[in-house]
Ligand binder design. Structure first.
Ligand SMILES: NC(=O)c1ccc[n+]([C@@H]2O[C@H](COP(=O)([O-])OP(=O)(O)OC[C@H]3O[C@@H](n4cnc5c(N)ncnc54)[C@H](O)[C@@H]3O)[C@@H](O)[C@H]2O)c1
Length: 345
């Protein structure tokens, strides 16, 4: 079992990798607790938390919106949730994002924690204290920074995920390695097949590396003023692709990472040979690296990106595998590069 701690401005977040969902009660403070989960996770694992009252929401990105929050707030009132009640989100990234936001805003904030049940939630969505919902066709437009008291990552629940779901989570594992840790990248290159097979020992190491990298970045810059922007590598394009298509988050990020790598090569940063290694690894993991989205549409989405400041956008580029830099790039330059070299998209 590996434990990683993030001391955030709103409290300490303990991430426990290798802990079983069955031991959840050991992490929940004495007193009242309420679970938020989705229909799929409830069907698969509900028996393991049946002693706790559960609010069950639908599945998928479409439920990550204000109307779901309204239903949750009403259910909180029905369950008598107050500031002494502990709220536990058990599910993937959608459940974690929605639970964190609902708990952070209800009665100006009630305590909460997560049992992350997808690989993507274990390595990324559950960790770091960003909570929120989509709005007006834009990703994560409404949200708060607030650390979950704990995040339990039980690798055994990943066995009910499809291979595509595991690959989806691997996009973020690769992203973390790419921005900060060449050895973690090599580990994934060496063990890609075993990771996709969730081989014991190997999958825990991949999750642990990804969480360690993310936690280090969040500790340094919780509120995303500088260093944390690096975690958005692949997400500027990725969020635009995700909003315009039905692709899952990780797949959209994979395409976004390839686009950011191409821009990095075009700017004379990362060497082409390293760029090829990245694309080869994403393909071996079963992730998409190209998609037919009109570059002009991507640029239009970027113009409305919430991370835009004036006519520029903080864009994350790679100097090398394991070394990211944040560049404030004029939208016009991104547009020119996109239109000149639309291939990756
Ligand atoms: N807050 C952050 O920092 C952050 C970071 C990255 C991604 N995200 C968000 O995370 C979301 C994507 O998360 P996701 O990929 O986990 O999607 P998801 O939560 O929609 O889960 C994918 C599907 O897997 C099902 N599922 C969950 N656990 C399962 C299990 N153990 N076995 C079988 N099926 C299971 C779910 O019911 C769902 O249908 C996006 O909304 C994205 O924006 C947030």
């Amino acid at each position: 079992m590996k434990k990683i701690k993030i001391k955030g401005s709103t409290g300490i977040s303990r991430i426990v990798i290798g802990e079983s969902l069955r031991n959840l009660s050991a992490y929940v403070p004495q007193g009242r607790a309420v679970v938020i989960t989705d229909t799929t996770v409830d069907g698969l694992y509900g028996a393991q938390f049946q002693e706790l009252p559960a609010i069950v929401i639908g599945t998928g990105e479409r439920v990550k919106q204000l109307v779901t929050l309204e239903k949750i707030y009403r259910a909180f009132i029905d369950h008598g949730v107050d500031r002494d009640t502990f709220v536990i989100g058990i599910g993937g990234g959608v459940v974690c994002d929605v639970t964190g936001f609902a708990a952070s805003t209800f009665m100006r904030g009630v305590p909460f924690g997560f049992v992350a049940t997808t690989l993507l939630a274990q390595v990324d969505a559950g960790v770091g204290g960003k909570n929120g919902v989509n709005f007006g066709g834009f990703k994560n437009m409404i949200g708060v920074f607030n650390q979950p008291a704990f995040v339990l990552c039980d690798p055994s629940v990943l066995r009910t995920l499809s291979r595509a779901d595991v690959a989806n989570g691997m996009a973020e594992v690769v992203k973390h390695a790419l921005i900060a840790d060449p050895e973690a990248f090599e580990f994934i290159e060496t063990h890609a097949a075993d990771i996709l097979d969730l081989k014991s020992g190997i999958i825990e190491k991949a999750i642990g590396d990804a969480v360690r990298i993310k936690a280090a970045v969040v500790r340094e810059d919780e509120l995303e003023k500088g260093e944390r922007r690096k975690l958005n590598f692949g997400h500027t394009f990725g969020h635009a692709v995700e909003a315009m298509t039905a692709l899952p988050h990780g797949e959209a990020v994979s395409i976004g990472m390839v686009a950011a790598v191409s821009v990095s090569v075009a700017r004379g940063l990362i060497k082409e040979q390293q760029a090829k290694r990245i694309i080869t690894l994403l393909e071996r993991l079963g992730l998409p690296t190209k998609m037919a989205v009109r570059p002009a549409d991507i640029v239009e989405m970027l113009r409305r990106d919430k991370k835009r400041s004036g006519r520029s956008i903080h864009f994350i580029l790679l100097n090398a595998i394991g070394e990211a830099i944040v560049e404030k790039m004029p939208l016009a330059e991104i547009e020119r590069l996109c239109l000149k070299n639309p291939d990756p998209l």
